[in-house]
Design a protein around this ligand. Structure first.
Ligand code: SF4
Length: 328
């Protein structure tokens, strides 16, 4: 066996504190341990009937119900490649909060808080409460996330409620809802009506288009609106549990991007170009277009529809809506 093959064989599953993590993309053993270790540092308990985390309640109702229904043994082992970004985020969180508290002990960091809503406990753990009582949360995200946030901010309408934002501006929603719920849980009139996300990018600035490290400040939602949102969510989840039903995730909740079907042709310049008018909505439409307008040497380009958020969802192994990606 070659030296390279022997080295590749060493990148196997990781068992940490009795929990198995797969390593299907063959990360180095040390990267895999890093990802598994940091992902296991989460201080909260898994969601259960009667107690939900802020992250769970701002996700889809289906995911909340799945989190209550299935144990981590039932959803199967997580792959270290899916945990890598969050592990890097956790490691940076720890570094950030240690630095802030060493600089000024009046920074409150990573404090777990909870409040009762409709007899259920809603809990959360904010990253930072500044000495002058502004909530700040650290996020280690892709530049795609920042692109989506900018698009959502441009689309935002003053009359939109949290519920409107959930469907029409989902990236903006997840930040403003999280910060607003933390303020609701803290229930302290001195906490500022605005909060911030401290973004750091995990995949570069895309040729300088995005700032690697930046603070984005959000006006927080009024307490009454947050209360109403939480009451409504808890009531929906309780009603589904009582009826034994699980509603499907919507396209927005699944991060749907439509597919593309088009024809490409080498033009007079020698470069391959999309044939004008060939962009179709299905394989059948493209076949018909090719039959009527195609020329020898044309190539059919097919980019399948994508449900990006399903790919990161921990319930995909037990979800009837999950579509595994098509292998090339
Ligand atoms: S896999 Fe997709 S559809 Fe299923 S619960 Fe997760 S996000 Fe929803």
């Amino acid at each position: 066996m070659s030296t390279i093959a022997q080295a590749a064989m060493q990148s196997n599953d990781i068992i940490l504190n009795g929990k198995v993590f797969t390593n299907n993309t063959k990360l180095s053993k040390e990267h895999a341990i890093f990802a598994a270790y940091h992902s296991s540092l989460y201080s909260g308990n898994p969601p259960r009937e009667g107690k939900l985390s802020t992250t769970t309640i701002i996700g889809s109702v289906k995911q909340a119900l799945m989190a209550i229904k299935y144990s981590s043994e039932e959803t199967g082992p997580e792959d270290v490649s899916n945990l890598m970004a969050s592990a890097k985020g956790t490691a940076m969180h720890n570094g950030l909060t240690a630095a802030l508290q060493a600089y000024d002990s009046n920074y409150t960091c990573e404090k777990r808080i909870e409040r009762e809503v409709e007899d259920w406990k809603i809990s959360g753990e904010f990253d930072v409460l500044t000495p002058d009582k502004q909530i700040k949360d650290f996020k280690f995200v892709s530049n795609y996330n920042i692109k989506k946030l900018i698009e959502d901010k441009q689309a935002l309408q003053p009359e939109w409620t949290l519920e409107d934002m959930y469907t029409k501006a989902p990236t903006y929603f997840k930040y403003v809802a999280q910060l607003s719920i933390y303020r609701y849980l803290l229930n302290d009139p001195e906490v500022k009506m605005y909060g911030s996300i401290l973004f750091s990018l995990n995949n570069g600035s895309d040729m300088g288009k995005y700032t690697i490290d930046q603070e984005v400040t959000f006006p927080l939602r009024p307490m009454e609106e947050v209360h109403e949102f939480l009451v409504d969510r808890v009531k929906q989840i309780k009603a589904h549990i009582a009826a034994g039903t699980i509603p499907p995730c919507s396209d927005v909740e699944r991060g749907y991007t439509p597919g593309e079907w088009k024809l490409s042709r080498v033009g007079s310049t020698g470069k391959e170009q999309t044939v004008r008018g060939s962009k179709c909505n299905s394989a059948a439409e493209l076949s018909e277009f090719t039959r009527l307008n195609g020329r020898p040497g044309d190539k059919q380009i097919v980019i399948p529809p994508k449900y990006a958020l399903c790919g990161y969802c921990k319930f995909k192994t037990v979800c009837d809506q999950y579509i595994p990606p098509v292998e090339d």
